[in-house]
Write a protein that binds this ligand. Structure first.
Ligand SMILES: Nc1ncnc2c1ncn2[C@@H]1O[C@H](COP(=O)(O)OP(=O)(O)OP(=O)(O)O)[C@@H](O)[C@H]1O
Length: 253
């Protein structure tokens, strides 16, 4: 058996007396796309951030292909792991090329030429290189954020509500574009989302968290078939009810 790309073993994190992540063990195989879902405060972001050491666990370990992240230097972790979050925060005084070029240089890579390739990859015209962040739409800025996260050529991508602030059409388009990119580049992706429909449509596997623990871990079809238990079913019920109400409306009911 090859080593999992990401392995969590007995990961626990508390903030004061509040336990955010309680003894989580989880293997993510290379190439998988895993969605982390669950109610607000269930520990999704905290768990995700133990991978790139934005959060240090109180107990347990996170291994990347068998190597404990605690033993990997932060610059090296940054090269191996991309990170995209809701308000990506481009540097406002730098143009798009400057923002992406900075990430390339931080990763020890040559910025010349690569900026254009990264823009191609994420589907922005090359003349966007000279645009300032203030002149970008929300969707375009998130695309640049994805390009910046890909600059170092990571094999793992962590996404925390990456498309959460976007309108539904842009969100859907960017979600599909990222999923295609994940497949093409052979990435391993973990994505936190509040949107169960997005999780069901994008991921190979859905991990449901409740009060710091994993309560379901299933492929989308199995979750839809009702195998996930109570908490998972309550989350799946939302997009399912919406779809049914829309169908009823369409049928004139
Ligand atoms: N830096 C911190 N200091 C104190 N408490 C924190 C900190 N980060 C997270 N928490 C707490 O840990 C718990 C889990 O938070 P976390 O952000 O991981 O949940 P989440 O499932 O990602 O929530 P959301 O969907 O709202 O982003 C919450 O009770 C939160 O208030």
């Amino acid at each position: 058996m090859p080593q999992p790309a990401i392995r969590f073993t007995g990961v626990r994190k508390a903030f004061g007396s509040s336990v955010a992540v309680a003894d989580v063990s989880l293997d993510v195989a290379a190439g998988q796309f895993v969605a982390l879902v669950g109610a607000s405060g269930s520990g999704k972001s905290t768990l995700l951030r133990t991978v790139n050491r934005l959060v240090e666990p109180d107990a347990g370990r996170v291994l990347l292909a068998g190597e404990d992240v605690a033993d990997v230097s932060l610059p090296q972790l940054r090269r191996r792991i991309g990170y995209v979050f809701q308000h990506i925060g481009l540097f406002p005084h730098m143009d798009v090329a400057g923002n992406i070029g900075l990430a390339l240089r931080l990763a020890g890579r040559d910025a010349d030429g690569r900026v254009g390739e990264l823009l191609d990859l994420i589907g922005l015209p090359r003349d966007f290189a000279s645009r300032m962040p203030a002149g970008l739409s929300g969707g375009q800025a998130q695309r640049v954020g994805v390009a910046r996260a890909l600059a170092a050529g990571p094999s793992i991508m962590l996404m925390d509500e990456p498309f959460g602030a976007l309108d539904p059409v842009t969100r859907d388009g960017l979600g599909r574009a990222y999923r295609a990119l994940h497949d093409r580049l052979g990435m391993t992706t973990m994505m936190v989302t509040h949107d169960m429909a997005e999780a069901l449509l994008m991921a190979d596997r859905i991990v449901v968290m409740d009060r710091g623990a994993i309560v379901a871990d299933l492929p989308p079809a199995a979750l839809l078939a009702g195998e996930g238990g109570e908490v998972a079913q309550a989350l799946v019920a939302v997009p399912r009810d919406q779809a049914e109400r829309l169908r009823a409306l369409e049928a004139g009911g």
